[in-house]
Design a protein around this ligand. Structure first.
Ligand code: SF4
Length: 169
């Protein structure tokens, strides 16, 4: 898996101060995508063990001020990103079980629920921002997403209650 960038003090993508990883690879081809160079899974640099360790060290150093990890793209649920991200999240959760993990996907939550491979990644996370960016529903006033069709979903509550529970409206 490649990544295009890491923001170490990100206050835009999710709640609180977070570390955000922008992975490469996306198959959704949304019209007016803000980040189309990241559709190519080979864009950016390899997400190596040394990059992983750098992120974990940062969390150790700034443990109190960082609320969690955000996974964006491209698409973190792009097929080739699932295993590497699962492995990293499992490592991350062992070290920082109390930190939240937010993830963005071009797939809807319903599509993810119907696909065990996608679900195997999403179920490790806390909050999902789902669905493709739709330019006809673009809304600059929304928090954490770009168009009205996209939802901010509480993953764990939704899985437990077997219905979609929004994290915010
Ligand atoms: S899912 Fe995100 S990265 Fe992929 S095409 Fe849509 S807006 Fe762009």
């Amino acid at each position: 898996m490649n990544y295009s960038g890491i923001k170490y003090t990100d206050m835009i993508n999710g709640e609180g101060i977070r570390v955000s990883i922008f992975v490469s690879g996306c198959s959704h081809k949304c019209v007016d995508c803000f980040n189309s160079e990241t559709w190519n899974p080979n864009f950016g640099n390899p997400f190596t063990e040394s990059v992983e360790n750098e992120i974990l060290s940062y969390f150790k150093k700034y443990d109190k001020s960082i609320k969690g990890l955000s996974l964006l793209g491209g698409d973190p649920t792009y097929i080739d990103n699932i295993e590497p991200l699962r492995n990293f999240i499992l490592k991350f959760k062992t070290n920082f079980p109390e930190k939240s993990i937010w993830i963005w996907s071009g797939f809807t939550f319903e599509m993810i629920l119907a696909n065990p491979k996608l679900l195997s990644l999403i179920e490790l996370c806390d909050v999902l921002v789902d669905g493709k960016f739709n330019k006809d529903e673009k809304n600059l006033n929304l928090k954490w997403r770009g168009s009205n069709n996209q939802r901010v979903i509480d993953i764990q509550k939704s899985l437990k209650l077997k219905e979609i529970v929004k994290y915010i409206d």
